[in-house]
Design a protein around this ligand. Structure first.
Ligand SMILES: [Zn+2]
Length: 353
């Protein structure tokens, strides 16, 4: 009778158990070393011998029953715990995902590609040349011997190896391409990074891209150069752009010229009558500073000394060369006021292109 009471009491309490802690204390209350069932077992010794086997069987049956009930409860609680944690950490697959940011080409790359595409249509091939140069190719072979005053135009990054420097312009590429192709005709553009040890301002950087152009043949004239650059200006800046030629000086060309394009904002002072696309009078234009013209590049006919260094006979061959700055072109075309933005990795700038 006592055992039956114990069974009912134990099972009722187990039924009410709701967590691991309560289950553990139930276990020690009934099945533990000093638990009620253990005490019932010990009682065998006090019974008359003839009652012992029957009592022992009942106690053992009860112990089996309670152990089985305990295991069931334990597994039940475990399942509940899994269900609870799954509910709490639910992954809601109906939420929209984070949009993947789409990359784009850097404005310098875009402008470079635009420029190269225009010259490609004019029959110019792209020729890549090294950025680390020797003094000989960067200066001497381009008609700038040591102590030539033109070297003072640029402050140069010299390396710790004597005579090795970061190229200050793309023009040394002219020597490489001439020596590779001589005596065949040449029509190439040489794009790439150049380096000058300059104070960094809104208008000058220590590194910048340049595109050099070089054409060599037996009947190349200044007219070919002007025609090429005029076509380029129209194609790059759009509209009916006109160019203006001013005389200039570079050691590696003779004669040397500088080329301006009529202002893309105010359309320039020489525009025939008021232009439909002009947004303001020349006098108040900040882009061309009231001059009506924008300086875009330097050019000229390849100097006989340079031709000879490239392997060509200046009595037979002539050539033209030009050098333009893609960053400057992009600044003019898109109204960018600070050249430092190109290499600053500023997303607010880059995302506009
Ligand atoms: Zn203007």
């Amino acid at each position: 009778m006592e055992l039956e009471q114990l069974r009912q009491q134990a099972l009722a309490q187990l039924e009410a158990v709701a967590d691991e802690t309560a289950l553990s204390s139930w276990n020690s209350q009934y099945l533990g070393k000093n638990g009620l069932l253990t005490q019932a077992l010990k009682r065998i010794a006090q019974l008359p011998p003839q009652e012992r086997p029957s009592y022992g069987q009942q106690v053992n049956a009860l112990k089996e029953a309670l152990l089985a009930a305990f295991e069931r409860k334990k597994s039940e609680l475990h399942q509940q715990e899994i269900a609870r944690s799954l509910a709490a950490e639910a992954l809601d697959v109906t939420l929209p995902g984070r949009p993947v940011l789409r990359g784009r080409l850097h404005p310098a790359t875009q402008v470079m590609r635009d420029i190269l595409a225009i010259f490609a249509e004019l029959g110019f091939q792209v020729y890549r040349s090294r950025e680390v140069e020797d003094d000989l190719t960067n200066f001497e072979l381009l008609n700038m011997p040591p102590h030539h005053p033109a070297r003072d135009l640029w402050d140069t990054f010299h390396t710790t190896v004597p005579g090795v420097l970061l190229r200050t312009h793309t023009s040394p590429g002219q020597i490489h391409v001439m020596r590779q192709y001589c005596p065949r005709p040449i029509r190439v553009v040489l794009p790439g990074m150049c380096y000058r040890y300059e104070q960094i301002t809104a208008r000058s950087e220590i590194q910048f891209q340049q595109v050099e152009g070089l054409a060599i043949g037996e009947s190349i004239s200044l007219a070919d150069l002007i025609g090429t650059l005029s076509t380029f200006a129209k194609r790059f800046f759009g509209g009916d752009r006109r160019i203006r030629i001013r005389n200039s000086y570079f050691p590696f060309t003779e004669p040397s010229i500088e080329v301006d394009v009529d202002c893309i904002l105010c359309q320039g002072e020489n525009a025939a009558g008021p232009s439909a696309t002009a947004t303001l009078p020349v006098s108040s234009c900040t882009l061309c500073k009231g001059t009506g013209w924008l300086e875009i590049l330097g050019a000229g006919m390849v100097h006989p000394v340079v031709l000879r260094h490239g392997g060509y006979d200046p009595e037979r061959f002539q050539g033209f060369a030009f050098g333009l700055g893609p960053q400057r072109m992009a600044m003019l075309k898109y109204g960018i006021h600070d050249i430092r933005l190109f290499w600053s990795n500023a997303r607010h700038f880059l995302e506009q292109f």
